[in-house]
Design a protein around this ligand. Structure first.
Ligand code: LMR
Ligand code: MN
Length: 447
């Protein structure tokens, strides 16, 4: 670094650390009382401090600093009591600060930022977005507020609004790494693969706070793979080194650490030999129920909708998902569902599905990775053309056989080709990773 840069950086640091001005003219006249209350709060005497600030608010209802102190005490108390009701009071008090006359700009910003943060914490995303909109209006030069607002829109699923926000940020500050990764992420979600790459790449290279997130490595690698660029693995490697992926091949983001991890499994290794035997012994019944649905009730088969295909025709008919049985679907395949009822390791797998999968000739499924390492995926071959159907998991490519079960861990990268001259049908049965405890199977959040 050059000397000139250094002094610039130092100046920037100083500017950042500049103490915010929290007192207006009036509050300066009651500074001693405010300081005394604040001192108690800083010492962790939350209840005492809250009383002191409440008294100040009663005596000086127009004092922004007293109101802010009250809000912070409620905030601390909510944390201490783990109480959402108290936190809601704090959220309300932060807003009251913003409605008082002569609020110093710094105090206003602190109060509203904390309000938005706590709203988001409580899952009140819409409310937090409203607060952030207010902040952006009040402080149009503060880019970090726009960046936060963009995240709020993304949490609401409003990618279009988020995109607009990040476009504005990048006009204001073209090298903003946080905006770049998020903008790239939005383009990627919109299937604008080539356009997403430079934004994701440059955003990650910026190393800015908020950019080091597994999802950005995941989607940059995925975009590069789809573009046929080997640089993908450089990013997977980087994501692995940063601790986001269990390995370069295994890139699921919702994991339990330490579970045995290998791409392909034998029935014996899983311990689910009874389930595998049941599937293989009854494969014709399972097949015939699937075929009947395909012929008569096509609506049960839903085209794959996760944008995993480069090309082709692939649809699925789901019997269980997230550990819940679809009663209507099961009415159409009663014997198959009856076989499965005996196997809670699968029907109770809240991080998986049980489904038929039909893939037509001319289909290619991009290399992809499932969301979690908590399940293993069984494929029972039902209608398998003699040649042309393959599945690669990590660096090992296999083919299905009718009446036989293949087992793989779909948290490893896998890819599928269907180049036969007729359709392929398999039955997919997910099961909990055998090393998960009963307690984990009960308590892990569904995916
Ligand atoms: C997958 O699970 O990604 C695919 O292998 C499913 C399929 O139908 O081949
Ligand atoms: Mn898959």
């Amino acid at each position: 670094m050059e000397a000139g840069d250094e002094s610039f950086t130092q100046k920037k640091e100083k500017a950042k650390k500049k103490k915010p001005k929290l007192l207006n003219k009036f509050d300066k006249t009651i500074k001693a009382e405010l300081d005394a209350a604040e001192k108690r709060r800083k010492r962790g005497k939350v209840e005492e401090a809250l009383k002191a600030f409440e008294t100040l608010v009663a005596d000086y209802p127009q004092s922004p600093r007293a109101r802010y102190g009250k809000a912070q005490c409620e905030d601390d108390l909510a944390e201490k009591l783990r109480s959402n009701d108290v936190l809601l009071r704090a959220i309300g008090s932060y807003e009251e600060v913003s409605t008082l006359p002569n609020v110093p700009a710094d105090l206003m910003k602190l109060a509203l930022k904390r309000r938005a943060n706590r709203q988001q914490f409580l899952g009140r995303t819409r409310g937090s977005v409203v607060t952030l909109q207010q902040l952006v209006q009040l402080y149009p030069d503060d880019i970090s507020l726009k960046n936060d607002l963009g995240v709020g829109y993304l949490l609401l699923g409003d990618n279009k609004k988020a995109q607009e926000v990040y476009e504005q940020v990048l006009l204001q500050d073209p090298s903003n790494g946080f905006a770049k990764v998020h903008y790239g992420f939005i383009l990627k979600a919109d299937n604008k693969i080539a356009e997403s790459i430079p934004f994701l790449r440059e955003g990650l290279l910026s190393g800015e706070p908020g950019t080091d997130d597994g999802r950005f490595y995941f989607h940059l690698g995925d975009a590069l793979q789809r573009a046929g660029d080997k640089e993908a693995y450089t990013w997977y490697e980087a994501g692995y080194k940063k601790g986001h992926f269990a390995s370069v091949w295994q890139r699921s983001l919702y994991n339990v650490n330490g579970l045995k991890a290998q791409p392909w499994w034998t029935a014996k290794e899983t311990g689910y030999t009874d389930l595998v035997r049941t599937l293989e012994a009854n494969w014709k019944i399972i097949r015939d129920e699937g075929l009947a649905v395909m012929d008569e009730t096509k609506g049960f088969f839903v085209p794959e909708d996760e944008n995993l295909r480069e090309k082709g025709d692939w649809s699925q008919y789901t019997l269980w998902q997230q550990g819940r049985k679809n009663e209507k679907s099961c009415k159409a395949a009663p014997r198959t569902c009856a076989f499965l009822e005996r196997f809670p390791e699968s029907t109770g797998c809240r991080r998986g599905q049980i489904k038929y999968s039909i893939m037509h000739p001319g289909t290619h499924v991009w290399p992809h990775t499932g969301p979690t390492n908590c399940r293993l995926r069984m494929h029972l071959g039902l209608v398998i053309p003699k040649t042309g159907c393959r599945i690669r998991c990590a660096n090992d490519t296999r083919s299905w056989e009718e009446g036989r079960v293949l087992i793989f861990d779909d948290s490893f990268e896998h890819e599928v080709w269907q180049d036969a001259d007729s359709y392929r049908m398999i039955f997919i049965v997910d099961a909990w990773h055998p090393e998960l405890t009963q307690h984990q199977r009960k308590t892990l959040p569904a995916i």
